[in-house]
Design a protein. Sequence first.
Length: 139
Amino acid sequence: MCYFEQTRWACGYWRWGHFRQQCNKEYRMGETCGLKLVYGTKTEEDVCKLCHDTEKKQGRYDKMYRDVQRWQREGNRNATIERTCAEMQEVLGQIYRMREEHDHRLQSLGQMPEAKYPTLPAELSAPLWHAVRWNDRRR
């Protein structure tokens, strides 16, 4: 039960910091017993890097979505639309995994109930541009 610093961000994400104090169970210098206790918590006002990266990817996804909408209105860009929709699926999967990783870290401290991760939206199982076109037809 050795003591370590801890950093906690505004979003709830945390990480272990530097070693601070050795416990009584470990007598060898420079060694730790393997159990970590919090010596002190440094609170950061900002959200963690993972949240920043997720926001960037979400912005990229939103831009691609707007581009696909515009290209469909303009017409005659089927190959570009298909390629962009494939990239959108990839980016959405990355966002999903990043949020899953973030939530897993929050769960490890018992900060949130066990999350039931939803499956990806149905429109992502087919090429996304088909789903977007279908939505445009219904208007």
